[in-house]
Design a protein around this ligand. Structure first.
Ligand SMILES: [Zn+2]
Length: 140
């Protein structure tokens, strides 16, 4: 499978969001337009146990989707973090993922303080890893 090219400013934003929340999963949406990945839309995590789970706040998700439409963007990826587990989809992640065409990005703060991010497509409970390539320079 071809690598997905993620602009470095978006990657940096994701890593910073995850780093600022070492005890709770962070989550949100990433948009794309005809030129590629465009904007990051953090969404509050409204899960009951935010150390181990995430749930996109429904109202904030609707607001983010509306902002994308108004900018001519579409949903490209859903991201969340794993404060203390590897960047691999959990059973809950696989079961709750509703968008097979959307990239599923997981940022891990790692057990050794090393940030890591991996991408997946999840469809009918099948997990397929999508390689991620850093695109240097600003978001075009
Ligand atoms: Zn997860």
């Amino acid at each position: 499978m071809n690598a997905v090219r993620l602009p470095r400013p978006i990657v940096n934003q994701l890593l910073q969001l995850a780093q600022k929340s070492p005890d709770e999963e962070i989550c949100g949406l990433i948009s794309r337009d005809s030129r590629g990945f465009r904007n990051c839309y953090p969404v509050p995590n409204q899960a009951g146990d935010r150390k181990r789970f995430f749930a996109l706040d429904p109202k904030a998700q609707i607001d983010a989707m509306r902002a994308m439409r108004e900018r001519g963007e579409e949903l490209a990826a859903i991201f969340h973090s794993h404060p203390d587990s590897p960047p691999l989809p959990s059973l809950a992640d696989v079961e709750q993922h509703e968008y097979p065409a959307v990239l599923y990005l997981i940022i891990s703060l790692g057990t050794k303080g090393v940030l890591e991010m991996r991408g997946f497509h999840i469809h009918n409970r099948t997990i397929e890893e999508v390689p991620i390539a850093l695109q240097e320079g600003p978001v075009r």
